[in-house]
Design a protein around this ligand. Sequence first.
Ligand code: ATR
Length: 278
Amino acid sequence: MRTGPKRALLIGHPLGHSLSPAFQNAAFRAAGFDAEYGLADVLPENLASVVAALHADEMLGANVTVPYKQAVVPLLDDLSDDAHTLGAVNTIVNRSGRLHGLNTDVPGFAADVREHDVHVEGETVVMLGAGGAARGVAAALVGMGVARLVIANRTLERAAAIAEQYPHVAEAVSAESATMPALLVDAAMIVNATSVGLRGDDLPIATDTLAHLSPQAVVYDLIYRPTALLRAAEARGLRAIDGLGMLVQQGALAWEQWTGQAAPLDVMWEAARAARYF
Ligand code: ATR
């Protein structure tokens, strides 16, 4: 039997600079778990063979990121309920040769919102975006008991497709809608789940519109850098939360699935923070 280190991968394309190896490997080291987390920048034509290779004994599994969260679904042996409902997998676990797909983005986002002591139960939340990341955030927010979820997106139909899944809670509006200021007045939190701000200083919402948020409102950006949105929020005295916590929380939940141990969250946080600026 092979006794070398176990392995886990991050599968995506292009991967660029990822923080995941830094905090996943720090967690393996801290727990004395003989394993390595590495990057697999995979072209679409190689996705099936890379996933098939996860069946090997030494593979713990993988994280899956853009653009493959949906594409891996048919390549797996079974799915968790969340992954099945969302049609998206961010974590693969090799369970004795069977590949189980799950989605830790949903509980990872919820855990980070709780960690920051943000109260959303019974509140109105405005979410910008309606792509893959937004689907997970919507599921988390509805699961956390928001009273009203407003999904604002450039392409209204994509927002409507998500809102349809939560008929008594969610509604879709165009990101350009004239009702946005009125919607923001009531919001306890606004979440940026678009890719706007990933690079450069673009804003997913006009700063004039942001001015309608109440002073107690929280601005949460899934992007884990100080985006123009977060800077604009801070300039207005609002609480601004970036996506690093969600990244760490979803990673910690994946790590627990691979190892069967409680994740050393403090170690992971510290390693992620240290690796963030490069
Ligand atoms: P991800 O998996 O990261 O969520 P995605 O599924 O491609 O990526 O979704 C990207 C999101 O950012 C979408 O809500 C997209 O809006 P559309 O549905 O209208 O495409 C949004 N987005 C990307 N670029 C944008 C831009 N320049 N302006 C406004 N919204 C943008």
